[in-house]
Write a protein that binds this ligand. Sequence first.
Ligand SMILES: [Zn+2]
Length: 304
Amino acid sequence: MSAPRPHRPELHSSIAQIDLSHLGFRIEGQSIAGVETWLRIPQWSLGIDVGRSPDHIVRCRHLALTHAHMDHAGGLAQYLAMRRLYSLGTSTVYAPEAACADLTTLVNAWQRLHGHDFDWRLKPMQPGEEAELGGGRFLRAFAVQHVVPALGYAVFERPRKLRPEYVGQPGEVLRELAARGVVTTTQSDRVLLGVSGDSLVSVLETSRDLQQAEVALCEVTFLDGRRSVADAHVGAHIHLDELIERSELLACRHFVPYHISQIYSVREAQELLQTRLPPSLAERTHPLLPYDRARPPSGTQLAT
Ligand SMILES: [Zn+2]
């Protein structure tokens, strides 16, 4: 049986929403390469990147920063200040370890300028490191390649299952075995969400979390020949040509391209993805395209 399709991204308060209620969550977000990227999963109180800190993301108790480029992390101090204003309690911010000293310096400076301390914890992350989000879910960082220190993130559950040889045994037998130290269960991760952050396409080959996630969000900055693969590599980004060559690596039920350059209108981006991706992936693809952007003014040079 094929997976239920999520609702199409909708225009709502100029943010995109991808309803994955059959998986128990919803993705909200805004993502325009070089301008602003943030994602929010309200059911998990989790934000991934903060963009310019819109109201939508302020309620998230957990905030995972993929890297500290301004369009992904520039709103950090504003996010912390708004959480203080609304008495929303301690937030935990996860970030690549190599970026944490500078993030701390920035936030400390903002605390002095603002005249108040913010209620936050900064958790430095390295590839493979895990953190508990609550509700039986965990965050795990994975390695990516970008022009500054960066990580991708996966959210997963680790359900405990009976080993096949103990299935059907009465509870008292299982309890007795457990009391004798016999291991009757196994654990295997179920990756609900994988988010590439900004990266070269190598992340598709190296991250099992991204390959195996139920929902895979992958940055795809450039979609056609208006920018070359070499152009994408200058900023350590992914070009659709490269993704197409590796599309068989994506086992996801739902594929969400994001971080698309503003050189494409929403309609162009939708058409390019639908016509260029192999049909088996195109039918699982729901790009995060928040609203129809006006074309940039003529004569404007856009780097991304
Ligand atoms: Zn970046």
